[in-house]
Design a protein around this ligand. Structure first.
Ligand SMILES: *Cc1c(COP(=O)(O)O)cnc(C)c1O
Length: 364
């Protein structure tokens, strides 16, 4: 790049964007991939064949049709969205997070969430000129309700994001605590249920019981991370406002076609989620039995583990990577996550390979 062009970029791109690094996306071709909460199981052949047919028949020469009634009806049935709630679809819930912040926040308005939580809440807030406030969890990584209520009173957030179960800690917050936050919040509370399929609790049936709540979900963690599809449900007044700023063709014809096929086989997704959920407790126990580990209770398809024995989190992360096992490291992240690694639940073979590698590293 020429010096003149560098100067032009520096003078033109927002200073805060120049200071940022892009969201880290891994390139893992030949590794055991336990770093991004993806479902490790592929779709069965008969579903893939149907997808191939649906893709073949999709009208790629046309813009996606505006009538999503059929897709919405399928979503309602598949995911238990109340009949009276409105639904809006997004290109992953990441897009929905942006749209919600953009629709609610004037520059400088506050977006608040417990911290550490999903990093994209903070990123979207920054990109969209809002001010992000993260309210630290307790030392044992649970919700600090008094601190949340204090921060809500002080900062009067336009939007509160509550990921339940929480990423990256895995915990979920007590319904009474959440109700207290909803009652105290002067603006919108977005309940992000990305990991709901791995737990029993959901706020979806109650979404219309409150004036200031919407529930957001994604299909990324249940086998369709590559598709990029999420949805938000709530009262028509909220959803209609978000819909005004939605890019008109944000869900492509292929996404719609594939999703409609896969949702007609929803039992396949449910069985995969049930398998991961069943494998969670045995993996947690085995990890907890290693020397120097703390495994935090998880209601998601992942486990957060703190390593405080002979090797620190970074060393273990690097050593696992050298053995072609990828997990998520939180170096340079939130101080509460020091020496923590987040490990997605894999197939039984992948989980066994992870445990064998850790036993070897920790000489257990
Ligand atoms: C993974 C994750 C998402 C991202 O969803 P996409 O639909 O893949 O954009 C949203 N919220 C939380 C809490 C997540 O962990």
């Amino acid at each position: 790049m020429t010096a003149a062009r560098a100067t032009q970029v520096a003078a033109t791109i927002r200073a805060d964007i120049q200071a940022m690094t892009a969201y880290p996306v891994g390139h893992a071709l030949d590794a055991i991939k336990l770093d991004a909460m993806e479902c490790p199981y592929p779709l069965p052949d008969h579903v893939r064949d149907e997808i191939a047919q649906a893709a073949r028949d999709a009208a790629l020469n046309r813009y996606p049709g505006g009538d999503l009634t059929a897709l919405h009806a399928q979503l309602r049935t598949a995911f238990g969205i109340p009949d009276a709630a409105s639904v809006m679809c997004g290109n992953g819930s990441d897009e929905l997070i942006h749209l919600i912040v953009q629709a609610c926040c004037e520059p400088g308005d506050v977006v608040l969430s417990p911290a550490p939580s999903f990093v994209y809440f903070e990123m979207a807030a920054r990109f969209d000129h809002a001010r992000y406030v993260g309210v630290p969890l307790t030392a044992d990584l649970t919700l600090d309700l008094p601190a949340m209520l204090d921060a809500i009173a002080t900062h009067r957030p336009k939007v509160v994001f509550l990921a339940m179960p929480n990423n990256p800690t895995g915990g979920s917050w007590a319904p009474d605590d959440v109700a207290a936050i909803i009652a105290a919040a002067p603006g919108l509370v977005v309940i992000d249920e990305a990991y709901q399929p791995f737990t029993d609790h959901t706020w979806m049936p109650q979404v219309l019981d409150f004036d200031n709540v919407v529930v957001m979900r994604t299909v990324s963690k249940i086998g369709l991370a590559g598709l990029r599809f999420g949805y938000v449900a709530g009262d028509a007044a909220w959803i209609g406002a978000f819909d005004k700023i939605r890019p008109p063709y944000n869900i492509g014809v292929l996404t719609q076609a594939v999703l409609q096929v896969v949702l007609s086989h929803k039992a396949v997704l449910d069985a995969q989620a049930a398998q991961l959920r069943a494998d969670r407790a045995p993996l947690a126990e085995a990890l907890a039995a290693l020397p120097g580990t703390t495994v935090y209770p998880s209601a998601g398809n992942f486990l957060l583990v703190r390593f405080s024995g002979t090797l620190d989190g970074n060393t273990i992360h690097r050593s696992l990577k050298a053995r072609r096992i990828l997990v998520r490291n939180f170096e340079h992240s939130h101080p509460l996550l020091a020496d923590c690694l987040r490990i997605s639940i894999g197939t039984p073979d992948e989980n066994a390979a992870l445990l064998a590698a850790l036993k070897d590293l920790l000489k257990a």
